[in-house]
Design a binder for this molecule. Sequence first.
Ligand code: NI
Ligand code: MN
Length: 270
Amino acid sequence: MLSGLLRMTAGLALLALPAAAQAADVTWYGQAAFKIVSPNGKVILIDPFISKNPKTPKAMKDLAKIGNIDLILVTHGHGDHIGDTVALAKQSGAKVGINADMGRTFATLGWLGMKQMIRFNKSGPVKPADGITVTMVPANHSSEVVFKDPKTGKQTMYPGGEPAGYVIELSDGYKIYHAGDTGVFLDMKFIGEYYKPDLALLPIGGHFTMDPTHAAYAVNNLLKTPTVMPMHYGTFGLLKGTPEQFKKALGTTSTKVVVMQPGETRKFGG
Ligand code: NI
Ligand code: MN
């Protein structure tokens, strides 16, 4: 009798929970720049190349309009990935997740204070905000930081550590793999098997990263992610790969390809 009553009470408690998990909002600015709003409201920017991004719609280039930011992740030291990181971190107070060596370069140059950065490295997950877990994973690319002296225009190279991708687990368990800039590499199989991302954001432009056929190989043979979205194409003349070529190279596959337009926001998961 008592246990029956307890079961009933437990059942009622379950009914009182929200009906379904909420989705994440993912906004693409073009190139590798994204804003992800986790179901619990935490705002994450990745590689925020926005104000000088030729693909970002004009109305979205005003950094002041981005509002609250909890975390900025930078995959490597190239300008189309560091982008507006420093300005956005300063205006919002957001933490900046960055490879430990590039973080040291940022501090040496006076760009950001050590306390504002989460300097970490691969396979050591961090919890930078409530309900959010970020794991750094390898990327096969390069990573130098160029400092241009504003007075003389002279350029100096600084170490950018190793390039990376990120697996971001949101508050409802939905996992997004942002590959950064990368060629195809066999450890993508590990990333697919171990983290089981729900969504993979993959470069397809070629020249500096995977082209559509290499990216399709990565999806079909290594990552096997249920949903993929192509990025890092068409921004500059050298990045010639197209989503159509990517889809064609994927062939018949159970993977869903989501092609977004720069400036667009879509819901994932939930
Ligand atoms: Ni790069
Ligand atoms: Mn790039």
